[in-house]
Design a protein around this ligand. Structure first.
Ligand SMILES: NC(=O)c1ccc[n+]([C@@H]2O[C@H](COP(=O)([O-])OP(=O)(O)OC[C@H]3O[C@@H](n4cnc5c(N)ncnc54)[C@H](OP(=O)(O)O)[C@@H]3O)[C@@H](O)[C@H]2O)c1
Length: 322
């Protein structure tokens, strides 16, 4: 089968599209024939070595497809089942092995591309708005990169929980997508000091929560946007990592709270995983949550997909098709 592997950390040239043996599932595992694999920032971090493991590494942590074989004594799934998974390594390939507890059934009414697209970004939007800081009616949330893949979904989930949403974007095209997702206010943070604008839009009170996936470029100003005892939810670093911080800053900014959450810790067991993903799939099937697939690339062109995401182009989900 074909797979995209990294033998040495590096730039786009580190992505090797090559022939490897089709893997066999072991105890508690199934093999999935992949129809669509998601491209995520974490794959870039694995490519460049920000997150290190053993090499060679097959990239990718998210996909949807059909079960093609199961390991000994597996009864939870069978060949032919339509499934999706996240937080399992090795999805930039024609086949992947996954622990069966991580496989979720795809309901009728959701196709493989939408299922793959919804796993990481959809469940992230869910855990951020429902669990990391559980939004309630009357809250105001600031969502950075609101025209990006996670951003558009987070805006929609925040709105369905009754929050007022202020989104930030860097282009007019992304502003239109953020508004379409339901953002009440959109700030172009490439042109405007967003913290000043957020204070103005909230009569100087500040927002209840900031969901920040941008990191280095937005972090300090994000803290300025919070109300007294507000919540800073730093969940990504698309512009680079935030430097170490003095806890005294939390006091100075108004006894604020801060968390740096991670999807795998909010889908830690089968019950929690199914609870989140079933909400997301049901909302999609009912037409209440719109997943925007921005670009699909053939698996052989994973470098182009990484270039697109790193180049700040993404306006929704990016998929690889084997
Ligand atoms: N902790 C978790 O559980 C979790 C889960 C999912 C994702 N994440 C993290 O969240 C971050 C965003 O991932 P995503 O899936 O949300 O992608 P995404 O929504 O498509 O975000 C990409 C957007 O980030 C913005 N951005 C700002 N500065 C950027 C830069 N220097 N380079 C590239 N993009 C930049 C861009 O929007 P503008 O042009 O409008 O600024 C871009 O469209 C990543 O760091 C990822 O690892 C974390």
């Amino acid at each position: 089968m074909k797979a995209v592997r990294v033998h040495q950390y590096g730039g786009l040239e580190a992505l090797k599209y090559e022939e490897v043996a089709v893997p066999d599932p072991g105890e508690g595992e199934a093999r999935v024939k992949i129809e669509a694999a998601g491209v995520n920032f974490i794959d870039i971090y694995h490519r460049i070595g920000r997150y290190q493991g053993s090499l060679p590494l097959t990239l990718g942590q998210e996909a949807a497809g059909v079960v093609d074989a199961v390991g000994p004594n597996v009864t939870e799934v069978k060949p032919g089942d339509r499934v999706a998974f996240a937080s399992v390594q090795g999805s930039y390939a024609e086949y992947a092995i996954a622990p069966v507890w991580r496989l979720v059934p795809i309901p009728a009414g959701v196709d493989a591309q939408n299922a793959a697209a919804a796993m990481i970004q959809g469940m992230t939007a869910h855990y951020l708005a429902v669990s990391a800081y559980p939004l309630k009616a009357g809250d105001t949330a600031l969502v950075h990169a609101a025209g990006g893949g996670t951003g558009q979904l987070l805006v929609q989930v925040a709105k369905r929980r009754g929050a007022r949403v202020i989104g930030t974007v860097s282009t007019e095209e992304k502003a239109a997508l953020a508004r379409q997702a339901g953002a009440d206010e959109v700030i172009n943070y490439a042109q405007t000091e967003f913290d000043v604008e957020v204070k103005r839009l909230t009569n100087n009170v500040g927002v209840d929560v900031v969901y920040d996936s941008v990191g280095k470029d937005t972090f300090d100003k994000s803290l300025n946007c919070l109300r007294r005892r507000g919540y800073m939810v730093l969940y990504g670093a698309s512009s680079g990592a935030v430097p170490p911080m003095d806890p005294q800053v939390l006091n100075a900014k108004g006894s604020i709270y801060m968390t740096r959450p991670f999807l795998a810790h909010y889908t830690a067991d089968r019950t929690e995983l199914l609870g989140r993903v079933n909400d997301v799939f049901n909302w999609i099937a009912a037409g209440e949550l719109k997943v925007r697939i921005d670009k699909t690339f053939p698996l052989a062109e994973s470098a182009e997909a990484h270039r697109y995401l790193e180049g700040r182009q993404s306006k929704g989900k990016i998929l690889l098709i084997p």
